[in-house]
Design a protein around this ligand. Structure first.
Ligand code: FES
Length: 203
């Protein structure tokens, strides 16, 4: 596999062609924060929290590092003022629906959400949905609804087969803890799509 050379935060890095900026940074020991990334899953690019600033041929722009592939000669900044501003803005948006992210938000100096929103404690990162489908092959969780009504929900026909009782691996991938909270942390017994939606709406 061909290698490309680039620079991340002042460090010269060599990465295989076809890998992402996030993977190249991780391999070089450089941390980029993520909310919807998981190494076992196909890149999704939903949260944009992994945004970095790239420069090439005198042009600079922000890109989503988990879905942007390495290029020779790129200069990448993972914590430039523009990057931090973007992460702050994203947190102001996410905090409205997921106040549970307040600790992360305060690390960026964000204390209040930018807008009012229904509190669901879900940032729609899709980690639970994708993990269940791609890693477990169970397809027990799905997105339901559209626009501001979009939610994740368990599919009771699948849950009722008992597959979730022995798994529960989605508990560990949920960045806000919504999934374990809405399943009482342990039991899927009797849970239905309607239950999950009702609990979500009441929060
Ligand atoms: S981690 Fe890259 S978009 Fe979410």
């Amino acid at each position: 596999m061909k290698k490309v050379r680039l620079n991340i935060d002042g460090k010269d890095v060599e990465a295989e062609e076809g890998t992402t900026l996030l993977e190249a940074a991780q391999a070089a020991g450089i941390h980029i924060p993520t909310l919807c990334y998981h190494e076992k899953l196909a890149p999704y690019g939903a949260c944009r929290f992994c945004t970095v600033e790239i420069s090439k041929n005198g042009k600079t722009r922000l890109v989503t590092s988990c879905v942007y592939n390495v290029e020779a000669g790129l200069a990448v900044k993972t914590g430039s003022p523009k990057v931090i501003k973007m992460r702050k803005m994203l947190l102001e948006l996410m905090l409205a629906s997921a106040p549970v992210l307040s600790e992360l938000a305060s690390q960026y100096g964000v204390e209040k959400p930018r807008f009012k929103s229904e509190v669901t404690q879900c940032i729609l990162c899709g980690l639970c949905v994708r993990y269940c489908a791609e890693v477990k092959g169970a397809n027990a969780i799905t997105f339901v609804g559209r626009g501001v009504g979009r939610r994740v929900a368990f599919i009771d026909e699948v849950v009722s087969t008992g597959v979730c009782m022995d798994c529960r691996e989605c508990f560990g991938v949920c960045p806000t803890g919504k999934i374990p909270r809405e399943t009482d942390g342990a039991s899927f017994e009797g849970i239905t799509v309607q239950d999950v939606l009702a609990r979500t709406r009441s929060k």
